[in-house]
Design a protein around this ligand. Structure first.
Ligand SMILES: Nc1ncnc2c1ncn2[C@@H]1O[C@H](COP(=O)(O)OP(=O)(O)O)[C@@H](O)[C@H]1O
Ligand SMILES: [Mg+2]
Length: 502
């Protein structure tokens, strides 16, 4: 027995189904103009097979996040993670056989391509023991496998195209079954389209796309005119998993509620969504240091000696340091604390760090000298690399409206601006923020900008400079991601040219 996914009705009112096992082996390409019903079709397919096979959806528009509620898919907001984290997540998705929607909505096109590439590449590179079948759906596939070099960064285009080529050309052996949808066949890289054996062609207006669709369907170009007249939600279907002769199919309603499990496919794991989430996001062993070894037991002889030793003479008073010397020691302690775990996620709460500070002061024989509120500012200054607090009162007053954790990155930017140094990169700002997520760092910058404390500006070379209008300080321009300097889009250049001409 095979698992058949009911897709809708043909011209004669007979049901049309997709054979899931055949589909896993032969892949599917969906084409149709925007609004022709491609995403609806993909949703019908996903809903119909959700209980039968693991699913991964690369979702540039955030269309499929709603599958999470009805079918327990894990929705992953790509903007919240670094590329490394996304790769690690993809490996776990394969290990735990979790169904996932990778939502790319919050990213610029280059970021979407990089995120999809990192995720797909890691799915592809998963160890052999995790090669279970995964229906891998990519909506708007022309974004990730463009036929021609466009305005996007070259490295993003190359990695994304490579990941899509691997998915469609070499993924099958590894259990990855590609299902891709595109608005325009002519915009999709040929080698990516060529590997699909099943086609669903929806309404298409441009001759060049129609000609390619006709070729794929093995139709006369004249006959292919029918593709122009298709209604929304109506597709011409052909391929071993659907039908051996082209037929038209009207895609049915989308619904909630999964279907019966096929006896032939291996049952999916039964972990609840929350458990699955815990497993996917659990810190990895490499991130965690092993617990310190327990202290070695004191040898009995030493214990006996300690008991026998008479009480020591009283400790003489600590020499009291000059106030300026005390200040030096305090500064050194602050610098130590600031340097510890500066770039790691999940910093300790401020009161704990303050307590640690007072203990260290006492250990070195100096008074702490400041209260918790002062300590907050001093630590933020130290973390931002500012050794001398003099002259920073105004900036600190400005920052009073910011949440605690934004103080350090704000001061780091302010320091660069005050000294007219290059604007810190996204990675440097993320480190000051105590996170490894560039997305989070960028949102934080946007937040500070919304508050009016800073103004960021990107020049035609893609370099960013940040000003503090209240203080009249401005950083020198620098690339936000020096490893991948961004060429500005042609539109931005044109707009700037226009501005110059007017
Ligand atoms: N078979 C269908 N039955 C009912 N509504 C449909 C069908 N196909 C598409 N639609 C509706 O048409 C609109 C556009 O469809 P969509 O799938 O988003 O198109 P595309 O992804 O091709 O741009 C959506 O509102 C969708 O709900
Ligand atoms: Mg769509």
């Amino acid at each position: 027995m095979t698992a058949r996914i009911d897709m809708g009705l043909d011209g004669g009112g007979n049901p049309v189904a997709v054979d899931l096992e055949e589909l896993l082996a032969t892949r599917l390409l969906v084409q149709g103009n925007s609004g022709s019903g491609k995403s609806h079709l993909l949703r019908r397919l996903l809903e119909g097979s959700a209980g039968l096979v693991q699913q991964v959806v690369i979702d540039p528009e955030g269309d499929f996040v709603s599958l999470a509620d009805a079918f327990g898919h894990i929705a992953v907001d790509a903007a919240d993670y670094s590329l490394t984290e996304l790769g690690r997540l993809a490996l776990r998705v394969r290990e735990h056989r979790a169904s996932v929607v990778l939502n790319l909505e919050g990213l610029e096109i280059d970021g979407q391509m990089r995120a999809a590439a990192a995720f797909l590449a890691a799915l592809f590179d998963a160890p052999r023991e995790h090669w279970y079948p995964v229906l891998t759906v990519v909506d708007e596939a022309q974004l990730f496998a463009p036929a021609a070099a466009g305005e996007v960064a070259e490295d993003a285009r190359r990695t994304s195209l490579a990941a899509m080529t691997n998915l469609m050309c070499r993924g099958r052996k590894r259990g990855l079954a590609g299902v891709i949808a595109t608005q325009r066949l002519a915009k999709l890289a040929k080698n990516v389209a060529a590997e699909a054996s099943n086609f669903l062609m929806g309404r298409t207006f441009l001759d060049i796309d129609m000609a390619r669709a006709a070729d794929l369907l093995g139709m006369e170009r004249r006959q292919a005119d029918a593709i122009r007249d298709l209604a929304r939600g109506e597709f011409l279907a052909l391929g071993p998993a659907i039908t051996r002769r082209p037929i038209s199919v009207r895609i049915g309603e989308v619904k909630t509620g999964s279907r019966a499990v096929s006896p032939k496919l291996t049952p999916l794991p039964t972990a609840a969504t929350e458990d699955m989430r815990d497993m996917l996001f659990a810190p990895s062993a490499a991130d965690e240091l092993p617990p310190p070894p327990p202290p070695a037991p004191t040898p009995m002889a030493d214990l006996m000696r300690a008991v026998a030793t008479p009480a020591p003479a009283p400790v003489p008073d600590m020499p009291v340091l000059e106030e300026s010397e005390q200040a030096d020691v305090r500064r050194a302690i602050l610098a130590e604390i600031a340097g510890e775990g500066a770039a790691s996620d999940g910093r300790q709460a401020l009161p704990n760090i303050f307590q640690d500070y007072t203990v260290r002061c006492r250990m070195r024989g100096v008074e702490p000298g400041i209260d918790l509120a002062k300590f907050r500012a001093s630590l933020a200054l130290a973390r931002a690399g500012i050794a001398d607090a003099a002259g920073w009162d105004e900036a600190l007053t400005l920052a009073a409206s910011l949440p605690e954790e934004m103080l350090t990155p704000f001061l780091g930017i302010a320091r660069a601006a005050r000294e007219n140094q290059p604007c810190p990169s996204d990675a440097q700002i993320a480190a000051l923020y105590g996170t490894s997520s560039l997305g989070r760092a960028k949102r934080m910058i946007a937040h500070i900008e919304e508050k009016g404390l800073i103004v960021a500006r990107t020049d035609l070379a893609g370099k960013r400079s940040v000003s503090l209008p209240h203080l009249g300080w401005t950083t020198a321009p620098a690339w936000p991601d020096p490893a991948n300097p961004q060429r500005p889009g042609r539109t931005a250049v044109r707009a700037a040219e226009r501005a110059r001409l007017l």
